[in-house]
Design a protein around this ligand. Sequence first.
Ligand code: ADP
Ligand code: ZN
Length: 529
Amino acid sequence: MAETTELPESEAVQVLRRVFGYDAFRGEQRKIIDTVIGGGDALVLMPTGGGKSLCYQIPALVRSGVGVVISPLIALMQDQVDALTALGVRAGFLNSTQDFEQRREVEQAFLAGELDLLYLAPERLRVEATVRLLDQGKISLFAIDEAHCVSQWGHDFRPDYLMLSQLHERWPDVPRIALTATATEATHAEIATRLNLTDAKHFVASFDRPNIQYRIVPKDNPQRQLLDLLRTEHAGDAGIVYCLSRNGVEKTAAFLTQNGIEAVPYHAGLDSRTRARNQSRFLREDGLVVVATIAFGMGIDKPDVRFVAHLDLPKSVEGYYQETGRAGRDGLPSTAWLAYGLQDVVQQRKMIDTSEGDAAHRRRLGAHLDAMLALCETVQCRRVQLLAYFGQHGEPCGNCDTCLTPPESWDGTIPAQKLLSTVYRLQHERNQKFGAGQVIDILLGKPTEKVKQFRHDDLSVFGIGTELKDTEWRGVIRQLLAQRLLTVEGDYGTLVLTPGSAEVLGRRREVMMRREPERVGRSKSSSSG
Ligand code: ADP
Ligand code: ZN
């Protein structure tokens, strides 16, 4: 009779069960953990909710010494340490929020070998005393969380992260594991280079979040549109609503509250007590809506966020992916909903034009915006496009707006030529630049005050575009912007031609456009489509 030999349970599995109370590893956790326990370096790309923390926590418990975790999320360190302490793990942190006494206690515990994990803000490593402290203790591993922060190309660059390349020089025998939930192929490569992770094993999980339904709609009356969404599909659900400005946050929170939906604001302009209270209410209560700037959410682990809504266009696809990724960590169906309009593009171009930093930096921001626009205006499956942005392959998902109600695509070459030619004439015959409103009025042949003032009714293009409505022309402009066939600049969002415009005007290029599926229950006002 054949004997069945059971493999002895590895120490990692024992820790998983005994300390964390889970039965089995998920996805590639086991391979990652084995790599680090074996002393190797690892670079881990895994979406939010994928289970990155265990990938360094378990090796830190299995290897001898203290696992040092570099994290930019200072506000969460206390929570993380509390959660670990509750599991019986010995953890501490060092950051700028502590006074001398608190720091000394943690330092002594570290030196005495009484810690399993030490969380460290990256700027601590700039302090020579911290480096000396680390030299005196025994380090089991370095975990570099939110590793995309080292990338200048990425959307969340933190200069202090550049110093982390020194970890390897100073402590060559200590294994390192870098983790992130957002990285394009370019960022991925940049992380490896900048952190000197030349021999690291790369673990790249699928970035797909199948339970999240992606939807992007043209902005019409955003607060109303949001209210409709919440009433019809998310009554009583917890969710996050992102706005670009603090003012937008305040107004939207007030609007929801007036309309019977419990909502609290969150932005950096609120005092820290109010912020902390609103955040903890969101974590503890059922069905609360948080209206926030992007200051909210990094590292927040609330499993049952049923929707993430954006009332303004995110600045990058990475940002969008990270923010929407906070929905549905529990794996249940969730919605990622974004309303965007021409005004968003105008506003963001303006912010880019006036941003600090050199030309290369502005070009990067511009490229981020372009990619975001392309996602908004795609006629493909949103998920396929999103995954492609991160260098991953996907199949049409059946769970996004373009899959569920496929937009028609139509040949918009002629309207594109009419519009570009109007911009061209203004620029070359009149030496003038105007924003979308005036250009559309000219196309529609509207004899407004401003049209008469500038004698735009004398232009040969005046009134040549009556086949489309105002909102449809706005759609044409958005799509030309998304395809880089037109751009906007300056405080007033004036329209400016690009090299691509010439190809369209010279009939060397066709322009395919997306026709928005008819929506029901449209509201009256249309201000920023
Ligand atoms: P990430 O940091 O990748 O966003 P976390 O490490 O916070 O994800 O993990 C997300 C959730 O999944 C947490 O609640 C965590 O406890 C849980 N989790 C992680 N690994 C496992 C596992 N192997 N089995 C069960 N639950 C897990
Ligand atoms: Zn799809």
